[in-house]
Design a protein around this ligand. Structure first.
Ligand SMILES: Nc1nc2c(ncn2[C@@H]2O[C@H](COP(=O)(O)OP(=O)(O)OP(=O)(O)O)[C@@H](O)[C@H]2O)c(=O)[nH]1
Ligand SMILES: [Mg+2]
Length: 696
C-alpha cells in the first residue's frame, strides 16, 4: 500500500516528562482502531513504550513510530521522550515530522520540557499545536495553563480550538469550536449538544478562532468584517492554512486517560494539520558545497530522505527510520547515495512500524515515513538521495553531554567486546558517546544525565553481555608555570660497555592560556649536535604528557634549549631524551608550577521557587553566576563552574528541583585552581608515587 502525499500526516508528540504523550498516542491509536485494546503506561502494554527498559521505568526512552491508516489518511505518529536525559531523540524526531503536538499538563502547566520541545519545533520550522492534557486530574486548570503559555512564550499567539466542559473532578468533556459540538467523557466520537451555560463562551471563543483563521487572506478578513462571519468550509480551509503558516498556535484540551477530546484531536490531525504538501520545500546543500538546494514533496522529484532514528532490534537487527522528503524510496536492493557518508548503498527490505510490530512495505513515497532493514552504512542524521541528483540535509545538533562516567569492563579481556557493544549502542543513540581519554587514561562514557548512562550501561549487559563498572572520571586538570626558570638536565650512565650521556640546559617560560607548547633551539656551536635536538624536544614533550607535580599534562610552556654538552660515543637519542626530561622537570618545579582546572559554562533552567537554592548551591561549588533570566514561571541561571564540582550535578539538580530542572554544560576555559585544590592534588600524586615506588 503506498499513499498520496496529500493524505499523509506526520505528527510528533513532545513535552515535559509525564505530561501524557505516550498515553495520548495510545488513545489516538485506539480511537482510530489501529489497535483493539487501550494500553496503559502503568501496565506496560502501550504500543510505543515497548522497550523493556521503558516498561520497567514507566517512561519513554527512545522515540517510536506508530504508522496506521485512518479513513482516507495515513498517519505517522512519533512519540518522543520527555525526560531531559533522552532529549537527543527529540532532536531527530522533530526533523521527521510536519507538525508538533505539544502536550502540556493541565496541573503543572509550562515546564522545562515544554519550553525545550517548543524551541526545538521552532528550530525545525514546523507548526505547533498545544494539547492541554490530564484535564480530569485534581487541580487541573485550563485558563491558568493558557495564561502560562502566553506568559512563557510572549512571541506566540495561542488561540483555543477546543475548550473543556468543567475541569479536574468536574471535567465532563470538550467543546470543539470549529464544529460547535460537544464530546463527552466516555462517549468518544459521539458529538452532542453544548451545555446551555457555555453557549456564550463558545460563541465568543469560536469568533476568536475564526478571526485568527481569517488572517490568512485579506479577502476573508474583509468578508468577516463585512458579514461578521465566513462559511464553515472557508473557516476550515482558512484554519488549516493558518496553522500551516504558523500564524498562531491552536490549543486543544482533554484527557488521554478517559479519551475525552482525543476524538476531536484525531479529527483535526486529519482535517486541519498540514500534510507534507503544505510543509512545502525542504532545503539542503549540494554535497561538499554551501550551495542551498531544495526538494519538493513530489513523487516525481529526485529522491531525498533523512534517517532520523536507528533501532537495533533484537530480532530484525538494525532498523533505520527514514522520512522521505521527495521522490520515492524503493526497496529490494535499489541503490541510492548516502550523501552524508558519500557512499552508494543498497536499500533492502522496507517496513512500516506500529511500535515494535513491523510489516513489509513496497515503497516509501514523498512525505511518508518508513523503516529500512539492515542498512549497514547508515547512521541517524544521514541523508539518502538519488545518485544523479545529490542533496545533503543538515546534520542533527545534539546538546553537549551533562554527565560522564569512567567505565571499565568487569570481564577479563572484554575490551573488544565492550568497544563493539558501545559502537552498536551509539549507533542507536548518538548522544551516548564513549571515548578513550589518553590524558586521564580512562575510557569515558558521556551522556545526557544519570538515567541516560544507567540505561546505556544496563543495556551493555542485557543486550551485549558486557558488564562494566563505572566511577566518576578523573578531572582533566592541567599543569603549567607562572614564572620563568632555568635548569640543567644531565644523564650519565658509564658503568662498563656502551655508556649513556646527555647534558642540556633549558630555560622555560609561561605562555598565554591555550598557547600549548613551543620549543626553541638556541644551541650554538654544536654543543648539542643537531641530530640529538629532536630527542631533546621529544623528552620534554613526554615529560609534559605525564605531568610533574600532580600527574596531569603540562600546557602553555615555552622551552628553550640553550646549552649542553655531549659525548662522542656515549651520547644517544635516548640519553638526550632522558636528560631533557630531567631538565624540564627540575626547571618546572622552580617556575612557580600551578594547576589549571577546566571551567564550564552552565545554564540551568528551573521553576522560580528553586532559583535561590540553585544559585546558593552553585556558589557552594565555587561557581560564578553571570545572569538570571525569568520566562513565565521558570528562571534560567547562567554561570561558570569548575567541572570537578559538576560530576554529580544531574543527580543533585534532580533532587533539588524534584526533577523539574534541566541544565546544559559546555566547556569554557582553563583557570588556575584554588590553593586548597592544588595542594590536595599534589599531595595525592606524591602519595601515589611513593606507594608506586614502594610496590615496585
Ligand atoms: N489522570 C490522567 N493521567 C494521565 C493522563 N494522561 C496520562 N496520564 C498518566 O500520566 C502518567 C504519564 O503518562 P505518559 O503517557 O507515560 O507520559 P509521557 O508524557 O509519555 O512521559 P515520558 O515518556 O516520560 O515523557 C501515566 O501514569 C499516565 O497514566 C490523563 O489525561 N489523565
Ligand atoms: Mg512517553
Amino acid at each position: 500500500m503506498s499513499y498520496r502525499t496529500k493524505d499523509i500526516r506526520n505528527v510528533a508528540f513532545a513535552g515535559h516528562s509525564s505530561s501524557g504523550k505516550t498515553s495520548l498516542t495510545e488513545a489516538l491509536l485506539y480511537l482510530a482502531k489501529a489497535k483493539e485494546r487501550l494500553g496503559k503506561v502503568e501496565e506496560g502494554n502501550t504500543t510505543t513504550d515497548y522497550d523493556p527498559d521503558e516498561v520497567s521505568r514507566g517512561l519513554t526512552i527512545g522515540l517510536s513510530l506508530a504508522s496506521f491508516d485512518y479513513k482516507d489518511y495515513h498517519l505517522n505518529l512519533v512519540d518522543l521522550p520527555g525526560f531531559a536525559d533522552f532529549y537527543g531523540e527529540v532532536v531527530g524526531g522533530m526533523r521527521a515530522v510536519d507538525c508538533l503536538v505539544l502536550v502540556v499538563d493541565a496541573v503543572n502547566g509550562v515546564e522545562v520540557g515544554t519550553i525545550r520541545a517548543l524551541h526545538t519545533a521552532r528550530e525545525a520550522g514546523i507548526p505547533i499545536v498545544v494539547f492541554i492534557n490530564r484535564m480530569d486530574k485534581e487541580r487541573a486548570r485550563f485558563v491558568a495553563t493558557l495564561n502560562l503559555l502566553g506568559g512563557s512564550f510572549d512571541f506566540l499567539t495561542f488561540t483555543t480550538m477546543t475548550i473543556p466542559i468543567g475541569e479536574a473532578e468536574g471535567f465532563k468533556g470538550v467543546v470543539d469550536l470549529l464544529s460547535t459540538k460537544a464530546y463527552m467523557v466516555g462517549e468518544p466520537g459521539k458529538p452532542t449538544a453544548i451545555p446551555e451555560d457555555m453557549l456564550e463562551t463558545v460563541e465568543e471563543q469560536r469568533m476568536g478562532l475564526m478571526e485568527s483563521a481569517c488572517e490568512v487572506s485579506d479577502e476573508l478578513v474583509e468578508k468577516y468584517l463585512d458579514q461578521g462571519e465566513i462559511s464553515q468550509d472557508e473557516f476550515e480551509e482558512a484554519l488549516a492554512q493558518a496553522i500551516a503558516a504558523r500564524n498562531f498556535v491552536p490549543v486543544l484540551c482533554g484527557s488521554a486517560l478517559n479519551l475525552a477530546g482525543v476524538d476531536v484531536l484525531l479529527k483535526h490531525i486529519c482535517s486541519a494539520l498540514p500534510s507534507p504538501l503544505e510543509r512545502g520545500l525542504v532545503a539542503g546543500h549540494k554535497p561538499g558545497t554551501e550551495e542551498v538546494i531544495q526538494r519538493e514533496p513530489d513523487v516525481n522529484a529526485p529522491t531525498s530522505a533523512l534517517i532520523f532514528k536507528t533501532i537495533i532490534d533484537p530480532y530484525a537487527g538494525k532498523l533505520s527510520l527514514v522520512r522521505v522528503f521527495s521522490g520515492i524510496l524503493h526497496g529490494g536492493g535499489t541503490e541510492v547515495l548516502n550523501s552524508t557518508k558519500d557512499r552508494t548503498v543498497k536499500v533492502g527490505a522496507l517496513l512500516t512500524a506500529l511500535g515494535k510490530e513491523q510489516k513489509p512495505m513496497d515503497q516509501v513515497v514523498a512525505g511518508d515515513i518508513g523503516v529500512i532493514a539492515k542498512m549497514e552504512v547508515a547512521s541517524t542524521g544521514d541523508t539518502l538521495c538519488s545518485e544523479g541528483d545529490p542533496i545533503v540535509f543538515k546534520r542533527f545538533e545534539y546538546p553537549e553531554p551533562t554527565m560522564r562516567y569512567a567505565i571499565m569492563p568487569k570481564g577479563k579481556g572484554d575490551e573488544d567486546k565492550l568497544s563493539n557493544a558501545v559502537g552498536r549502542l551509539s549507533d542507536e543513540d548518538p548522544t551516548f558517546i564513549v571515548t578513550r581519554d589518553s590524558e586521564i587514561r580512562q575510557t569515558v562514557a558521556f551522556g545526557q544525565g544519570e538515567m541516560h548512562l544507567d540505561v546505556a550501561l544496563s543495556r551493555l549487559k542485557s543486550r551485549f553481555g558486557v558488564e562494566v563498572s563505572h566511577e566518576f572520571p578523573r578531572v582533566p586538570y592541567k599543569e603549567t608555570i607562572k614564572s620563568p626558570a632555568k635548569a640543567r638536565g644531565r644523564y650519565k650512565r658509564q658503568t662498563g660497555g656502551r655508556g649513556q650521556f646527555g647534558d642540556i640546559w633549558l630555560e622555560i617560560n609561561p605562555l598565554p592560556r591555550g598557547a600549548g607548547f613551543e620549543f626553541e633551539n638556541k644551541i650554538v656551536g654544536g654543543v648539542v649536535p643537531s641530530r640529538f635536538i629532536p630527542a631533546v624536544e621529544k623528552g620534554i614533550v613526554e615529560a609534559m604528557g605525564v605531568g610533574v607535580v600532580s600527574g596531569n599534562p603540562v600546557v602553555d610552556v615555552k622551552a628553550k634549549l640553550y646549552d649542553g654538552s655531549y659525548h662522542s660515543v656515549d651520547s644517544s637519542d635516548m640519553a638526550f631524551k632522558i636528560a631533557a626530561s630531567l631538565g624540564f622537570k627540575s626547571a618546572f618545579e622552580t617556575a612557580q608550577p600551578t594547576i589549571l582546572e577546566p571551567i564550564y559554562e552552565v545554564e540551568i533552567t528551573v521553576p522560580d521557587e528553586f532559583a535561590g537554592d540553585i544559585t546558593g548551591d552553585l556558589s557552594g561549588k565555587r561557581g560564578k553566576v553571570s545572569g538570571m533570566e525569568p520566562s513565565g514561571k521558570l528562571t534560567t541561571i547562567r554561570g561558570l563552574v569548575p567541572l570537578g564540582e559538576m560530576y554529580r550535578y544531574s543527580i543533585e539538580l534532580r533532587s533539588m528541583t524534584q526533577g523539574k530542572g534541566t541544565f546544559t554544560l559546555k566547556f569554557s576555559h582553563y583557570e588556575e585552581a584554588p590553593p586548597e585544590i592544588r595542594t590536595a592534588l599534589v599531595e595525592k600524586y606524591q602519595k601515589e608515587r611513593a606507594e608506586g615506588e614502594r610496590s615496585s
